[in-house]
Design a binder for this molecule. Structure first.
Ligand code: LLP
Length: 427
């Protein structure tokens, strides 16, 4: 169920606004973000988990969508932040998140970056012995609280590129070395009080999460016993999937929370490790289905195949080209029309892989029609680029039928940002 809303004119709607009017007012390509959906998604997860475990917090994975308005909405809702780079820490601080609401999970970070995040006083989640030792050298540990990312030896994801646990993953420390690493942290003067894992992204099946929860709890139990750690929090990362096809359904979040918390509590008891806070880090689940990408059909070509040409490409939405991801596509101004044609939806980038869909069955499409690409809220704008010298697109926030521009469309001039032509090469 993709939650598609069609108004009386037969047009696709988002957040109570008609996509045809939005495209006319703001132009295309255009990202349209539904404020209420973000708030609903956040509260659905938060309510489900807090029902079973009070000491629970969501750390929204900012990388999914870093739009400042989106960050403000989640700050208002009371979310905390999973930040993976100094830039994400900076963005979270600028949008009003206090350092105690920001967990930094770096990967292959430099000393300068470590120093920066340390100075911001955010919670540090360390991914390697190397980073731990370097952190000790460049700062004064002084009982600084920190956490470690472990590899729970379970991985899952919608694509190989999105599996972040298990033997092929570059992330985290191994189970076998975990107790030693926590002991080392203590010897260096730190106060390790957290453990973290993240097994992958785009997972609709609860089973891998259950396995990973069990596995990380076993590691936590071992570390508590062998490094004498009193955990303040255990963070199970993100990865909750959303339906991308009409046949898929949103996970039963209440039952999911019940099962995960069930494992959590029974393992806390088994190891006698108190009642640490439980954190999770959903990104996609919070914002994924809260935005559409609107594209104008500018050319229809019948060659070997029927190609529907639109005014953006993988520079604007990379997921289909990068992961072969399915994104549902609707002809926004013909939402009730019967699908009759098998077409390829092709972008405007000069690469053959620049397709939003192959062999999609859609109503007869004409030049000037408007295409809505669904589930364009997560890893969509945030992965966009200026490739082919295409300025990045605009973003609009809608709520109760009202729309506001939240990111201006870039101009050709923005393509030159920060570039310098050496004096000797100037014309
Ligand atoms: N926590 C950590 C440490 C992560 O690395 C990630 C995502 C998340 C949380 C949030 O995962 P989510 O709940 O959104 O699945 N570009 C890919 C997804 C990459 C995810 C990377 N890490 C895509 O478009 O599918």
């Amino acid at each position: 169920d993709l939650n598609l809303k069609i108004n009386q004119k037969g047009n696709v709607e988002i957040g109570g606004a008609d996509t045809i009017s939005l495209a006319e007012e703001y132009g295309t390509p255009l990202y349209v973000i539904d404020e209420k959906r973000i708030r609903d998604n956040y509260n659905r997860v938060n309510n489900a988990f807090t029902k079973y475990y009070k000491n629970f917090k969501i750390f929204y994975a900012e990388k999914a969508n870093t739009n400042l308005a989106v960050m403000r909405i989640l700050e208002e809702e009371g979310s905390s932040i999973d930040a993976v780079s100094p830039g994400e820490v900076y963005t979270a601080l600028e949008t009003g998140f206090t350092p105690d609401r920001i967990l930094f999970t770096g990967n292959n970070i430099t000393n300068e970056e470590l120093k920066y995040v340390y100075e911001q006083e955010v919670i540090l989640n360390i991914d390697s012995i190397s980073a731990l030792k370097r952190l000790a050298k460049i700062t004064s540990p002084n009982g600084l609280k920190l956490s470690f990312r472990v590899n729970p030896n379970v991985g899952a994801g919608h694509h190989d590129h999105c599996i972040t646990g298990g033997p092929m993953s570059k992330f985290g420390i191994m189970e076998e070395e975990a107790a030693d690493v926590y002991n080392l942290a203590k010897d260096l003067g730190f106060n390790p009080i957290g453990m973290h894992s993240h097994i992958g992204s785009g997972i609709l099946n609860p089973e891998p999460f259950k396995l990973a929860t069990e596995s990380m709890m076993n590691i936590a139990g071992d570390v508590a016993a062998n490094a004498n750690i009193d955990f303040e929090f255990l963070d199970f990362g993100g990865g909750l999937g959303i339906p991308y096809t009409p046949e898929e359904n949103l996970l039963d979040i209440d039952n999911f929370a019940k099962e995960i918390v069930g494992i959590y509590k029974s393992k806390l008891n088994e190891f006698g490790i108190g009642k640490p806070a439980m954190y999770i880090e959903p990104g996609r689940y919070i914002v994924g289905d809260a935005a559409y990408l609107l594209l104008r059909v500018n050319s229809v070509k019948q060659s070997y195949r029927k190609f529907i040409g639109v005014d953006a490409g993988f520079n604007t939405l990379l997921r289909p080209a990068m992961y072969d991801s399915y994104h549902h596509i609707v002809v926004a101004n013909k939402a009730n029309a019967t699908p009759t044609e098998k077409v390829d939806i092709a972008g405007n980038v000069c690469e053959s892989g620049d397709l939003f869909a192959r062999d999609r069955i859609l109503p007869k499409i004409e030049e000037g029609d408007l295409i809505a690409i669904l589930n364009a809220g997560a890893y969509a704008f945030s992965m966009s680029s200026q490739y082919n010298s295409r300025p990045r697109t605009a973003e609009v926030l809608v709520n109760n039928g009202e729309s506001e521009l939240v990111r201006e469309r870039e101009t050709y001039k923005d393509l030159f940002n920060n570039q310098i032509i050496p004096e000797r090469l100037k014309k």
